[in-house]
Design a protein around this ligand. Structure first.
Ligand SMILES: *Cc1c(COP(=O)(O)O)cnc(C)c1O
Length: 384
């Protein structure tokens, strides 16, 4: 269309499905899998990604906030939707109506949640979050019994799960600490189960992607992979070469087009601040993508892009809506040619972990940033 932007995030839904199936094969059939789709499915598009996972068999999804769960329900996603950051007071009625399963970590709001469940004639499954050393969301183990007892005593509530989160599962130096946290989790969770109400046993879940790969004993009743579903190993350098073994396939690309091609003599300054001065007669491609598209200005003069299937360096400061590539070696490149900032072209590939390593962050942040700042185009057999 005439109004299409120059640049797009392109998401391969087949890759998402393939990654889900690859991770699924890695855990025993009895272990449930929560597809973590918070943060717009790590930038891949919440509804499209969840749909791809659902068609691959996913029946449990992890979102951060109620609003994301509501969007999934509106899109027809069935199965359990766990709200990882819990409920704000104003989200309770809607969460109950949409049959979302909140994570709980404090006594406040439980009465209100129970009342809403009774009014709406529903039983809300809640997941009790323990802080076993993450230093983030969750109750201290000593306070968990009281919270579980409150859940057991309130009508309309059911303890559906008990969870914790590993802070160091991707750190090869912290193996012992991970094992200790896992054992502590089992002890605390077992005590909660014994004190809890009769009936269905709550699901125990602790493993993110890193733990899922490195500590199979932590798979418990359910695993919660995020980054691996999007095609990346959990850390850089990867704790084990899981990506390759599993054949995970990065699903996101960031693509644009050459806007202008020009020949410059040696000694010309490029872009703001003249951070780069040409040292030879240079063929330059002006590209309509910059930090407004989430491409970090911190990558100025330290990143490459793919044009005509080749890696070429970016030159000079990355602007808000533009940057420049040196295509001196590529005389055939013309205005309108595809430029890949993230993803594959020909035999070449630029990964989110590569871009992340070049400016001191992780693949997760790169994916979220590109996803948040660009229009999405979906490809693959499942794209509609
Ligand atoms: C984001 C998140 C995950 C997924 O972690 P990955 O490292 O992306 O696999 C799992 N559990 C919780 C509680 C999370 O917040």
């Amino acid at each position: 269309m005439a109004s299409d932007p120059y640049s797009n995030v392109v998401v391969d839904l087949d890759a998402l499905r393939g990654n889900f199936l690859a991770v699924r094969r890695l855990v025993a059939p009895a272990v449930r899998l929560m597809a973590v789709v918070k943060a717009d499915a790590y930038g891949h598009g919440l509804v499209a990604a969840a749909g791809a996972f659902a068609r691959a068999g996913a029946d449990c999804f992890g979102v951060a906030e109620v609003e994301e769960g509501v969007r999934l329900r509106q899109a027809g996603i069935a199965g359990e939707i766990v709200v990882l950051l819990g409920l704000p007071p104003q989200g309770i009625a809607e969460a109950v109506a949409r049959e979302l399963s909140p994570v709980v970590f404090q006594r406040a709001l439980l009465d209100q949640l129970s009342r809403q469940a009774v009014i709406q004639g529903k039983v809300v499954g809640v997941h009790l979050k323990l802080d076993l050393g993450m230093g983030r969301l969750g109750v201290e183990p000593a306070a968990a019994g009281e919270l579980a007892a409150a859940i057991a005593s309130l009508p309309g509530l059911r303890l559906a799960g008990v969870l914790a989160h590993f802070p160091l599962a991707d750190d090869p130096g912290a193996t012992e600490l991970c094992r200790e946290q896992w054992e502590r989790f089992q002890r605390v969770a077992a005590a909660l189960q014994n004190n809890g109400q009769a009936g269905e046993r709550p699901l125990l879940h602790m493993a993110n992607s890193a733990a899922l790969f490195r500590f199979p004993e932590t798979h418990a009743d359910m695993v919660r992979p995020g980054i691996s579903l999007y095609g990346y190993p959990p850390a850089d350098p990867a704790p084990v070469a899981v990506g390759q073994e599993l054949n995970l396939r990065p699903a996101m690309s960031l693509c644009s087009r050459v806007l202008q091609v020009k020949e410059l003599p040696a000694g010309r300054g490029i872009s703001y601040g003249h951070r780069f001065i040409t040292t030879r007669p240079t063929r330059l491609a002006v590209l309509p993508l910059g930090y407004a598209h989430g491409y970090p200005r911190a990558l100025s003069d330290r990143a490459e892009v793919l044009i005509a299937g080749r890696r070429v360096p970016l030159r000079g400061t990355i602007c808000m809506n533009a940057c420049m590539a040196d295509i001196t070696e590529l005389p055939e490149v013309a205005v309108g040619d595809e430029v890949v900032f993230l993803g594959g072209q020909g035999e070449e590939f630029i990964g989110a972990d590569e871009l992340a390593a070049r400016h001191d962050t992780i693949s997760y942040e790169v994916l979220c940033r590109f996803g948040a700042a660009n229009r999405h185009r979906f490809v693959g057999d499942e794209a509609v």
